[in-house]
Design a protein around this ligand. Sequence first.
Ligand code: SDX
Length: 384
Amino acid sequence: MGCLTAGEQKYSRGLEGVIAAISSISCIDGEEGHLIYRGYPIEVLAKYSTYEETAFLLLKGHLPNKKEYEEFKQQLKENAKLHPGMIDVITKFMMDAHPMDVIRSMVSLMGVFCPDKKEHTLEAKYQKAIRVTAKLPTMIAAFHRLREGKEIIDPDPNLNYAENFLYMMTGEKPDELSAKVLDIALILHAEHGMNASTFSGMVTASSLSDIYSAITSAIGTLKGPLHGGANERVMHMLDEIGSLENVKSYIENALAEKKKIMGFGHRVYKAYDPRAKILKDWAYKLCEMKGDLMHFKMGEEIEKIMIEKVGKKGIYPNVDFYSGLVYTHLGIPRDIFTPVFAMARSIGWSAHIVEYMEANRIYRPRAIYNGPIDLEYKPIEERE
Ligand code: SDX
């Protein structure tokens, strides 16, 4: 029987080290802790770019000129509102649903309300991608307002992407610093190569399914605590630890029990995640401004102990460790941290889906069979 058996081919758990695509979208230097988007270091983009400009760069492959930039921002604004049918559905959701379940369902619903679902040209794929990125902030904010018993707030075309999200969440236009910090966080979360959620979206798209189905797959994958769901759990961990004095014993006990400390470790980075470095600086500024240095100092103490204990194993803070502190001080509720990650990463998902489909081949790995072979089929009467 010609099953693949152990030894014939190397099995890589979690596809560690396996190359699943060739891509020009981003490059991660895991040993040195560097990340570039389409040739630009994220430190430069975080300092000088905007989420809208970075989204164009990731999707189209180059920085936009003035005309392209204005058109792209206009496309995001024009597509930010939800179809009345989708608003009708979201009002019927259970108000205690997790917001990640809400956006996973709503993106799936976009496939039902899509006006050009039969169009599969490159331009149509771009349109669908822009529509998803444009609508995610509105979906998240709309559900949050409904579960608080408040009116849904329509997007304001005079605001940029980050400002609009905070405005639709609270009903107030955000201060300049809050909008800037969220914009930087969105840039830092926009793209990260073959991470689990991007790969799951690509697998779905590789069967020539549609972008909405692919991004629905990606959102479902990002929800997991080993991936995008870690940021919410970092804040729960700080609550559980309770004080700066408890940090050392908590972390040492957790490590002794082989527990995973949320916000640390990475399949690719064996050095400090460069995104975490930038988010840490902004977390400090926001915590200092809001007079909450206790949480920040707890974070730094966790980082110090973790690097002392497991830094030699390549375990350092990742993007999720300080993002929770940033989001907390932007007034974003904890169960909306991962949806914010999803809204930022939606453009990275789409960029990889579009890129891979340009030279598509359905993903179909193999498994080594370690079960029995050629068993005799016994009638049920003869079985014990
Ligand atoms: C994201 O892939 C991406 O790019 C993802 C992401 C993106 O932008 O898309 O960067 C976003 O998902 C960041 C990661 C967020 N998740 C967490 O913070 C959850 C905690 N981290 C771990 O679960 C873990 O580090 C992973 C999932 C991130 C990576 O896991 P791996 O590569 O499969 O590593 P592993 O679980 O096989 O662990 C290897 C060793 C083990 O020890 P030993 O058995 O060899 O002695 O490292 C240890 C693990 O116990 N380890 C940790 C740890 N992470 C790994 N020990 C304590 N705390 C941790 N966080």
